[in-house]
Design a protein around this ligand. Sequence first.
Ligand code: SAM
Length: 243
Amino acid sequence: THFGYKTVKESEKEKLVAEVFHSVAAKYDLMNDLMSFGVHRVWKKYTVELSGVRRGHSVLDIAGGSGDLTYAFSKRVGDQGRVVLADINDSMLKVGRDKLADRGVSGNLEVVQANAEHLPFADNEFDVITMAFGLRNVTHKEQALAEFYRVLKPGGRLLVLEFSKPKFEFLSKAYDLYSFTALPVMGKLVTNDSESYRYLAESIRKHPDQETLKGMMQTAGFRQTTYHNLTGGIVALHRGTKA
Ligand code: SAM
């Protein structure tokens, strides 16, 4: 990667991620509710509460997918504000765009196909950037974090909501069991695609833990980096501010 080309493993990951989200897009919202027993709504609500998004703000929801956060922010920023729903995957973007249109969001919304590693935005454009359940799918996470830093305004805030490391051994065991057995079965039943949900379980296990991600954010330049464990650390919400 230092020389500008991708290793086989890296381009395979990108292909796999693309296939997974093309495959699950149509049933994505339903699967989220089933897999998390609806709790993803609570995690997202918490993210919106801690985002500090206000009227007039410019907000980027990267890896925004079906647009749950985008929807909440579009109401908060009002007519003078701006919300960008961005995702690398056009199937997911289409689901998001349709859902937001159904809910009457239009004036302050932009929908952009973009890779988190190379954002098509100018420096210092956004007050807040959110990425929910997206970072673990990104091949070059450091590069994505550097891009978030670049396009945030000074004083702007990044929030990363992502699966993390459960705090208790028993929870960790139960969760592993659940994600490697129940998830692929549910995936098979609902989307006829168990492989995608096996990828999901593996990507969660491989993702950096709370302290590691916090360190990566600091390396990218973020200050006041903190995280909150949600549901016993199954999920964590990281925050950081651009100096
Ligand atoms: N944020 C939404 C939510 O919380 O419901 C969607 C999360 S979904 C699990 C992950 C999303 O990340 C998918 O829509 C996928 O297309 C997107 N994604 C994966 N790699 C990406 C990248 N490099 N840049 C931007 N989006 C990416």
